[in-house]
Write a protein that binds this ligand. Structure first.
Ligand SMILES: [Zn+2]
Length: 53
């Protein structure tokens, strides 16, 4: 059993970068989320009116 000291929380950002995941913000509803790929849509309102944070 692991003790939990090797939590991956600290490496989330690094992992995201390696996977090509970037942070986006939806201009329509203000939702912020992680997205990847050429076509990113807001998971909340499905708008494509999003910008990189
Ligand atoms: Zn939205």
């Amino acid at each position: 059993m692991r003790t939990g000291v090797d939590s991956t929380d600290y490496s989330d950002d690094v992992l995201d970068v390696q996977l090509g995941i970037k942070k986006y913000k939806c201009l329509d509803c203000g939702n912020t989320f992680n997205g990847a790929g050429k076509t990113v849509v807001c998971p909340s309102c499905h708008s494509s009116n999003v910008v990189l944070k």
